[in-house]
Design a protein around this ligand. Sequence first.
Ligand code: FAD
Length: 480
Amino acid sequence: KRVIVWFRRDLRLADNPALTAALGGGFDSIVPVFIHAPDELGDWAPGGAQRVWLHFSLEALAAQLDSLGSRLIVRTGPTQETLDELIEESGASAVYWNRLYDPLTIARDKKIKKHLDDSGMETASFQSHLLYEPWTVETKQGKPYKVFTPFWKSVRDRTISAPLAAPNTMPQVWSRIGSRSLASLDLLPRIDWDKEIREAWTPGEDGAHDRLEQFLDDAIENYDNDRDRPARHGTSYLSPHLHCGEIGPRQIMHRLEEWLDEHSGKALQDHAASFRSEIGWREFAHHVLYHFPDTPEKPLDERFEAFPWSGDDEGLKRWQRGQTGIPMVDAGMRELWATGYMHNRLRMTVASFLTKNLRVAWQHGERWFWDTLVDADLANNTLGWQWATGCGADAAPFFRIFNPARQGERFDADGEYVRRWVPELAKLENRHIHEPWKAPAKALKAASIRLGTDYPEPIVDLKASRREALEAFDRIKKSD
Ligand code: FAD
């Protein structure tokens, strides 16, 4: 009896229920396969930064399987035909996998399941990517939640079962079952723009657990304060690992409880509760995407379909390149370009700036993030953009427009973050660093900055563009 374990975004061996079921199912051979089929994800195939991540994550998984006596079989799509071929080659009678929740994957998986069931195969899918599957959570009226707090209250006390252990050994895979090389998937860029991404991260299951331990050792005790300070490493940096399933949310929650048992203190409990609720936002984002599958393209608040976006291509380009002349915005956009990551405070700030001050449609920003973030995730990215625009589930109200200079003064008071990413401004005094256009000529000269030459003049006036955004919003409010 043989079984195929179809790996997708669950690139780990521990707490992988499909793998555990295969190991405990009385099979004498297990064929672990990853099928690269980006076309099946339509417009939401992995972007540039995600592809780099995926390459190294697969490399790490392959090495782990090798060390247990198994082998990762890598194939390319179409998925259904590829599974059929593998079934033929291996004589497998069962296919197991873990579930995902984005609309195109759900549709494809349903089709494949039916096809396999019809051809007499045993199929089984498992929960591993989320703590609470979207269809298990509903309001008293039997509807999906659209507001985070009641969503989180309704689920957060549910018992989470213990994570499953990783196997110590695995059955061999027949040598005649061929695999493509990872290089042949062409996931890495031809020009070397990904150097800093490679330096900043360690994709793979071990890298994910190291990040979690580092977070518990160094950052959780001050999470609630430091998580808003982009110059500090105050958050977990687990998002790309979670996206690829190198660690699961259940493992994170369990390890957190274990760690808290060893470290006491009321303050610590509060920091841990904040961190748990961020994991809760991830659950909520998946809940919303599952129940409102159009949201990656369409605002949940339909009034925004009529919003008068400016179509400002030049503004969009300067935003993408970190050349808007607004230091916090440019710092965030440059961090993103260099490392494939941007701090959450900056994600909110740059998204508000793009959609409100520049009035560029949120879908353009969402798309840029999709291509440049190592953690680009359809559920979290969609929710984040609609939240920041004010057009989504439990969104910030449209009129709450982030002022990037004030954000800088509050969360980067000594300008450390801006100086790191916008070195042109490095010598400017703290009191001018977030608004160089207001600095007196003397201060600019002392810092060797010629505004408009060394660093751009601001692309928009923050006050005037804020007012115009509010007027534009008034127009759609009235047409409601
Ligand atoms: P931590 O603070 O350590 O949080 C732990 C985990 O909780 C994260 O890894 C993440 O899985 C989850 N989480 C935290 N905040 C959120 C949130 N607001 N929504 C959903 N889940 C959250 N996150 C992504 O994973 N992928 C994206 O593509 C993405 N795009 C975003 C776009 C915008 C415009 C905004 C405002 C936010 C976006 N986020 C996205 C959410 C958030 O910024 C990142 O999850 C977070 O910065 C990741 O860093 P961390 O792992 O150190 O976070």
